[in-house]
Write a protein that binds this ligand. Structure first.
Ligand code: 7TS
Length: 415
């Protein structure tokens, strides 16, 4: 990793944002909370909570239906949130922004609506070894239904994608490439531009699972030139139950709806139904309007701080945590890619990750332990589970010191 570029005052400056997150003042087992499970779900600032509440108190009714004022307000708020997401991702048009429940639903939408009708025996879906289950299982289901084959590009001991092997696995049989932008189990930032260039050279569309990328890196879907991009609100300081699928308009146009119901139709009769235009074609039923409004508020909040500054600050935190944790006897960091974002996975000799998680919880420190819904990654590194500390810009060096002290104490007691 390169040297940190953040000045010492950045720590103080970023610590100021902690006051925006009421939950960070909680005490757990009598100790101040140290929240290091942001990769699973980050916390929400007052700006997001207020936006959700304001929506509920002043704007809420069902969308796209009523002529009454509240319904129009709700529709404006919901469609305004879509436009906000469009700007955030630099998509060409809001027709390319589909609201979903989250990353999982977004990937399933592409698997069922893009891949399933197109694929057959002999066709291949190319993913990588470091995917979250949300970017494995939907493709396995499509493979099972169509006779297509799931092909998995290998990673190396650092947790980096083996790009030559990936290149060799791309073939005239490949119908879609789907990879993480940032790995949730290892923190690896994947070479997304190279992946797109390689896939597009063979006319293969690319989906990125951006669940772990959007809170930490500036994502521009036009610059990336990807065909699909999926992410969740709750990992980027927004609400749960809301996420986004970005899709290139021409491809989305060519895809059939994947769920039927209200809002996704223009006319329905028993002799036939005509479908609504993008993006509504993919949003059957009443959507999560309050969630979309909250997500838009989270984007506003992130933009006010600036993702470039957040990335630099978190990089500094990551280097600090890596350095301090590495110095603990018996601690092994799993995932040492040269390009990493905002998390450290590790094992501790003699202490099972679950026990470590419980011990740290007693100290008020929240980390995630387990397989992180990435069982193949655990299998690759020959570990049943890891402990994972995942950072947000509201974390501090002092919190990392508390983590390090607690891990070292656990090692001394049980290791
Ligand atoms: N993809 C990645 C890379 C993820 O990290 C996650 C969730 C998902 C997809 C699924 O997102 P969802 O919002 O649809 O559930 N990752 C984690 C995690 O690392 N710990 O808990 C959830």
């Amino acid at each position: 990793m390169s040297a940190a570029v953040v000045s010492p005052s950045a720590d103080q400056e970023f610590a100021r944002y902690r006051a925006d997150f009421p939950i960070l003042a909680e005490r757990i087992h009598g100790k101040p909370l140290v929240y290091l499970d942001n990769g699973a779900s980050s916390q929400r600032p007052t700006a997001v909570l207020d936006a959700e509440r304001r929506y509920a108190e002043h704007l809420h009714a069902n969308v796209h239906r009523g002529v009454h004022t509240l319904s129009q307000r709700a529709t404006d708020a919901y469609e305004g949130a879509r436009e906000r997401v469009r700007v955030f991702l630099n998509a060409r048009t809001a027709r390319e922004i589909i609201f979903t429940r989250g990353t999982t639903e977004a990937i399933n939408l592409v698997a069922q609506s893009y891949a399933r009708p197109r694929l057959g025996p002999g066709d291949e879906i190319l993913i990588t070894w470091l995917e979250h289950h949300a970017n494995i299982v939907p493709w396995q289901m499509v493979a099972e239904a169509t006779g297509a084959r799931l092909v998995v590009a290998p990673i190396d001991r650092r947790g980096e994608l083996d790009l030559p092997a990936f290149t060799a696995l791309l073939s005239e049989r490949t119908r879609i490439v789907a990879t993480a932008h940032v790995s949730n189990a290892l923190g690896t930032v994947l070479p997304v531009r190279e992946i797109v260039a390689l896939a597009h050279a063979r006319n293969v569309p690319v989906l990125f699972d951006g669940a772990q990328a959007v809170p930490h890196l500036k994502v521009d879907v036009r610059a990336l030139d990807c065909d699909f991009y999926a992410f969740s609100g709750h990992k980027m300081y927004g609400p749960t139950g809301i996420g986004v699928l970005y899709g290139r308009e021409a491809i989305l146009e060519s895809m059939p709806p994947w769920q039927g119901g209200g809002d996704m139709i223009l006319t329905v009769s028993f002799s036939g139904t005509t479908y609504n235009a993008l993006p509504h074609k993919f949003e059957a039923g009443t959507p999560n309007m309050g969630g979309a409004v909250g997500l838009a508020a989270a984007i506003d909040y992130l933009d006010r701080i600036g993702l470039a500054r957040i990335a630099a600050f978190e990089h500094d935190l990551l280097e600090y945590a890596t350095e301090r944790l590495s110095a603990i006897d018996g601690l092994t960091i799993i995932g040492t890619a040269r390009a990493k974002a905002s998390l450290v996975s590790f094992t501790l000799a003699g202490v099972h990750p679950h026990d470590l998680g419980t011990i740290l919880d007693q100290e008020g420190i929240a980390i995630r332990t387990g397989h992180h819904c990435a069982m193949p990654v655990m299998e690759f590194f020959g570990v049943p589970a890891t402990a994972r500390a995942s950072f947000a810009f509201y974390n501090t060096r002092a919190e990392i010191d508390r983590l390090v002290e607690a891990v070292a104490a656990a090692r001394a007691l049980f290791g």
